[in-house]
Structure formats: structure tokens, C-alpha cells
Design a protein around this ligand. Structure first.
Ligand code: UD1
Ligand code: UDP
Length: 370
């Protein structure tokens, strides 16, 4: 059986495999996993092990009330190249799919985990469904852009978050069926805000009065992997803190912390005036911090969406974004990594109105499950 390279349609079982492995993937899929459970639709979850630190992984399962994943790949965390990491996940996912033979594999977003999941399924003849299909920044320097474009062109079902992304996919003449289902980050946010505030609201208010602080996150390869860009963002954070009299709470992703050490920036990063460096936090604590913030400074896709949903002004410290609708409605400003642009962008963001129409609908996991 193990030499079977392409599974026969009639040998597939009526169940869905969900592939997760990164912090944002767990967030996007949580509402869908709950919706599938409510409808008693047979499914199982494969965790690729791409993210593994408790504050990037198990804390998210706990906060989002998810059962443990059914499978967890070994040996992915120690891979340090895109090829090595993707290959290890592709191999591991393929083995599980050959044994379980689901009819459909779902993955969401644009991390290497998702590329591996889509490719493993496609090669075996299993249907592929991609959540957040059609997001584009049209910049080949962005490694997520490679993944999105490949996944979309090998998917059978492309679940989009907006009309605009559907248009991109039609323009690119993808073969699969494009279905506008909206954005499940919205479901996750609305479903958990109240519980987040109950659990963390008081303790946050004691340390950080509402609207007195900015939340900062960075981790994208095209920003933190370049010493001059990482230095620019640090200097930008210090300028924002000083010029806008605002405390900056910088929740540093493990990749960013690793680069601080490699580029010998760790001491400086820990001692910036008005900037408090912390480890990343779990989903509920993050939501509670975000809800009380005055400003968001980020390069994260998920955080740009969440800032828009909760009407917190956002500056994106990158040259491009796939979430262009947030920029078009005035909820987000692209400022790059230069300290001057970061400071000017933050000033403008704080002056602007926060009355934008949220472009992501009001929750769509049920629609994806249907
Ligand atoms: C990945 C995704 C990115 C996504 C991000 C979400 C790719 C190419 N990139 O980037 O699209 O936005 O996840 O957070 O798939 N590390 C830990 N603990 C962890 C995870 C990572 O210490 O739990 C460290 C390791 O040193 C690792 C480095 O962070 O080498 C980078 O991790 P990796 O998963 O390769 O990429 P991310 O930057 O997390
Ligand atoms: N997030 C979190 N704690 C943090 C930083 C981010 O819970 O300290 C959540 C955030 O709410 C969002 C998700 O992580 O849902 C975004 O993931 P990330 O920024 O790692 O990746 P991206 O969205 O850019 O792929």
C-alpha cells in the first residue's frame, strides 16, 4: 500500500483533515473546528509542529478551547531552511493522509505548514480547500507570497475573505471553486473578546491605563531578518513613545528575539526609553491588550486584521501588505521600517477618525463548515 502514489477516489473516507502548525493558523481554524464539531462532521487535526513554544502553541489550544490535535509531526522544529522545514512537513503529512485517506484537506493562510498540507493532498488526489485564498501583496520578496500563489493554484475550494480577493483569483484564472465565506479571524475575535476581558481586563488596566499604550509585534522575514530594518523599527518604537507620550508594549516573536541576539541588538532592545519588551502572550491576553490599546504597530497579517476589527488605529511596518482593504478604508497605514516614517505614520493614525466600516463581515466559520 505504501507505494501507492495517487489514492483512488473510491478509497477515500468521508472526513476532513485540518492542517495547522502556526500561531495564526490555530486562531483561524478554531471557529471552524468548533463549527465542524457542532455539526458532527467527521474531521481530524494534523499539527505540523512548525510552532512549538508554549506561548506560540499550547496556550492557543487552551485559550481557544480546542482539543489536542490528533497528530503531531516530529522533527520539524529543528529545520532551519524553508526547504528543509517544508519537506519535513510534506513527508509527515503525506504519511498520515495515506493512512487516513480523508476526502478533503483544509489549511488556512500562507505559512510553510499550509504549503506542505496543500501539496501533500494534491499529490495524493485528495481535494484541497484553502482558507484566506486570494490574498496578495504581489511582492516576491515575501516568502508567504510564494506559498499563497502555489496553494491557490492547486486548491479545489478557495474560501475568500472579500470580493476583492475573489477578483484576484478570477484574474489569475485559478481552476478551483471560489467561495466568498468571509474572515474567521472575526469569529475568533468576537467569540473570545468577553472572556479575554474577564480574565485579563483588570490586571491589564492596573499596569496600563486604557488608551495609554501601543501594542507592537514584528516577525516577518522581510523586516526582522535585515539588521538595518530591525534597528529602524526599534528606533521607530522609541520615537513613537517619546513624541506621542505613549508607552509601547513590544511583544516579541521568537524569530525577532533570535535576530536581536544574532545582530547584537538585545541590550539596546531591552533598554529603549518608553518601550517595554515582553515575550509574546496567549490569544486571550493579546485580545485584552489590543482592546485597550491606543495604537497598533505591527508587520503581522492577523494583527492588522484584528486592529481593524476592534477599531484600533494601526501602522504596518512593512513596504507591502496583503490586507490592502484595511489601508484603503483608513484603518491601517503602510510605513515601512524607517523611524521617521514610523513616527509620522503613528501621528497621522492617532489623528484620524476610527469610524471605518469593517470590511470583514461579522463571522463566517459556519459558512465554511456548510
Ligand atoms: C511563520 C510563517 C509566517 C507567519 C508566522 C506566524 C513561514 C515561512 N512563515 O513565521 O508566515 O506569519 O509563522 O507567527 O511559514 N521559533 C521558536 N518557537 C516557536 C516557533 C518558532 O522559538 O514556537 C523560532 C525558531 O528559532 C525558528 C524561528 O522562530 O527558527 C522562526 O520560526 P518559523 O516557524 O520558521 O517562522 P516564523 O517567523 O514563525
Ligand atoms: N497573537 C497573540 N499573541 C501575541 C501576538 C499575536 O495571540 O503576542 C495573535 C494575534 O491575535 C493574531 C495572531 O497571533 O491572531 C497573528 O499571528 P502572527 O502575527 O504570528 O502571524 P501572521 O498573522 O502575520 O501570519
Amino acid at each position: 500500500m505504501m507505494d501507492e502514489k495517487f489514492l483512488k477516489l473510491e478509497s477515500l473516507r468521508p472526513e476532513i483533515a485540518i492542517v495547522v502548525g502556526t500561531r495564526p493558523g490555530i486562531v483561524k481554524f478554531a471557529p471552524i473546528i468548533h463549527a465542524l464539531r457542532n455539526r458532527a462532521l467527521a474531521h481530524f487535526v494534523i499539527h505540523t509542529g512548525q510552532h512549538y513554544s508554549p506561548n506560540m502553541d499550547s496556550q492557543f489550544f487552551e485559550d481557544l478551547e480546542l482539543p489536542a490535535s490528533d497528530y503531531r509531526l516530529e522533527g520539524v522544529a529543528d529545520k532551519t531552511t524553508h526547504g528543509g522545514q517544508t519537506a519535513a512537513m510534506l513527508d509527515g503529512i503525506e504519511r498520515i493522509l495515506m493512512e487516513r485517506r480523508p476526502q478533503l484537506v483544509l489549511m488556512g493562510g500562507d505559512a510553510n505548514t499550509n504549503l506542505a498540507g496543500a501539496l501533500a493532498a494534491r499529490k495524493l488526489g485528495i481535494h484541497v480547500g484553502h482558507l484566506e485564498a486570494g490574498e496578495r501583496c504581489y511582492d516576491w520578496q515575501v516568502s508567504e507570497e510564494h506559498n499563497r500563489r502555489i496553494i491557490d493554484h492547486i486548491s479545489d475550494y478557495l474560501f475568500t475573505t472579500s470580493q476583492k480577493t475573489g477578483e484576484y483569483l478570477n484574474r489569475e484564472a485559478v481552476q478551483g471553486k471560489v467561495v466568498e465565506t468571509g474572515n474567521t479571524v472575526v469569529d475568533a475575535s468576537y467569540q473570545h473578546l468577553e472572556i479575554a476581558l474577564c480574565r485579563y481586563g483588570d490586571s491589564i488596566r492596573q499596569q496600563l491605563p486604557p488608551r495609554s499604550y501601543a501594542i507592537m509585534t514584528t516577525h516577518r522575514e522581510e523586516t526582522v531578518d535585515y539588521p538595518e530594518r530591525l534597528r529602524g523599527m526599534l528606533a521607530g518604537a522609541e520615537r513613537v513613545a517619546k513624541e506621542l507620550s505613549i508607552r509601547v508594549v513590544f511583544l516579541a516573536h521568537p524569530r525577532t528575539q533570535k535576530r536581536f541576539r544574532e545582530f547584537e541588538l538585545a541590550d539596546w532592545a531591552c533598554n529603549l526609553a518608553g518601550v517595554e519588551l515582553r515575550d509574546g502572550v496567549g490569544y486571550l491576553e493579546f485580545l485584552a491588550l489590543l482592546a485597550g490599546a491606543r495604537l497598533v504597530m505591527t508587520d503581522s497579517g492577523g494583527v492588522q486584521q484584528e486592529a481593524c476589527i476592534h477599531r484600533i488605529p494601526c501602522i504596518t511596518m512593512n513596504e507591502t501588505t496583503e490586507w490592502t482593504e484595511t489601508v484603503e478604508i483608513g484603518a491601517n497605514r503602510l510605513v515601512g521600517t524607517d523611524p521617521e516614517r514610523i513616527s509620522v505614520g503613528a501621528t497621522e493614525a492617532l489623528r484620524a477618525k476610527v469610524d471605518w466600516q469593517v470590511p470583514f463581515g461579522d463571522g463566517h466559520a459556519k459558512e465554511v463548515a456548510r
